[in-house]
Design a protein around this ligand. Structure first.
Ligand SMILES: Nc1ncnc2c1ncn2[C@@H]1O[C@H](COP(=O)(O)OP(=O)(O)OP(=O)(O)O)[C@@H](O)[C@H]1O
Ligand SMILES: [Mg+2]
Length: 344
């Protein structure tokens, strides 16, 4: 699908992962992610600590990616970098490194929207979806359903009104004392919990109140979990949590997965488009992957979910997106700035 291009280096530093990848000979040649440990114990990402950690990690991460690809700096034909959305201080570290490399090597700079990166993460490995395809982006900051047409045209079919799905996982995990990021431990505990333990209202808004086909609100479900905890008298709470943590996780996960997969089913029915992608950190969720696969089988969709390492933040998705842009002749000026609130 992509023409042969000279090797391209991609840098991703929008949040708390310092990542670099190399795309060469029409495929991924290396992908390295240095996850920052400095945020553990803070219950979330601390922006100032993130940018300082990026500064420390960026050069060794780029060098490791080049070593893995068996290439030298001088072999590179372009430098790609995430310029938004994300934390301003974090984005600036990646952008400065990328601009320095592009200027020093005399090669083009290619700015990539992190959200486009998530969408195109399903092109890192085969089989690729066919255009147009439906794409559910579920991450720490976004919950968005789009119809993706060839040439980076995204038609929005719906989004969350408030919290993102990943944010809801993180907040529920915090309530349950499961640490940050919350998605993986909640997913793990949900596997052997009783999903009928709590009856939680769906985070999907349907019927007359719905503004779109995929209208979500995740702030209520987190609050409902908090109320369920508040109902347990304080002295009994620790024991109650020990007994029911998995049940709360399973109930929460079932409500989220039902909401997301039902929106996808309705979108397939309404648009007639059968290639469906689920991308972003929450697409790593085992419950969501399993339910989407069952529904795809039953309803005849072709489901595309990236490998786990390309669901959460990574530079491989930035590299493949940049390869698409470069092939279309799109490069960026060296004046490219960080855009913390960039939309799709
Ligand atoms: N197995 C899982 N189940 C559910 N959620 C998960 C799982 N693994 C990771 N997550 C969630 O994914 C989110 C991180 O995803 P990602 O790295 O794509 O987000 P981000 O880059 O912070 O946000 P955005 O991409 O919207 O800017 C976190 O909220 C995390 O809890
Ligand atoms: Mg992300």
């Amino acid at each position: 699908m992509l023409p042969d291009l000279p090797p391209l280096l991609a840098i991703e530093s929008s949040c708390d992962d310092t990542a670099a990848a190399v795309w060469a000979d029409g495929r991924l040649a290396a992908s390295v992610v240095a996850s920052q440990r400095v945020h553990e114990g803070w219950g979330g990402v601390v922006p100032e600590l993130a940018s300082r950690a990026h500064q420390r990690l960026i050069v060794p991460t780029v060098q490791t990616a080049l070593d893995e690809a068996g290439l030298a700096m001088g072999d590179l034909g372009a430098i790609a970098v995430t310029y938004g959305p994300g934390l301003a201080g974090s984005l600036l570290v990646g952008l400065s490194a990328a601009k320095g490399l592009a200027l020093g090597l005399g090669v083009p700079l290619i700015g990539v929207n992190h959200l486009e990166g998530h969408v195109y993460s399903v092109f890192v490995e085969e089989p690729h979806p066919a255009f147009p395809f439906l794409c559910l982006t579920v991450s720490g900051g976004h919950t968005l359903l789009t119809l993706v047409r060839e040439g980076f045209v995204h038609e929005e079919l719906g989004r969350t009104r408030d919290d993102a799905a990943g944010e809801a996982y993180d907040k529920v995990a915090r309530l349950l004392g499961l640490g940050y990021p919350g998605g993986p431990p909640v997913d793990k505990r949900a596997a052997d919990g009783d999903a009928s333990f709590l009856s939680l209202a769906s985070p999907r808004i349907t019927g007359q109140k719905a503004r779109s086909l995929a209208d979500f609100s995740f702030s209520g479900i987190k609050t409902a979990v908090r109320y369920a905890l508040d109902d347990v008298p304080e002295p009994e709470r620790d024991v109650w949590l020990e007994t029911h943590r998995g049940d709360v996780c399973a109930s929460f996960q079932r409500a989220v997965v039902d909401a997301l997969v039902s929106a996808l089913s309705d979108a397939v029915r309404q648009t007639g488009v059968r290639d469906v992608a689920i991308v972003g950190g929450v697409s790593a969720n085992r419950g969501l992957r399993a339910r989407a696969a069952e529904t795809a089988e039953a309803e005849g969709w072709r489901l595309h979910v990236p490998a786990l390492s390309y669901s959460v933040d990574n530079a491989a998705m930035i590299a493949v997106t940049a390869a698409f842009k470069w092939a279309a002749g799109e490069t960026s000026p060296l004046s490219l700035g960080a855009e913390p609130s960039l939309a799709l």
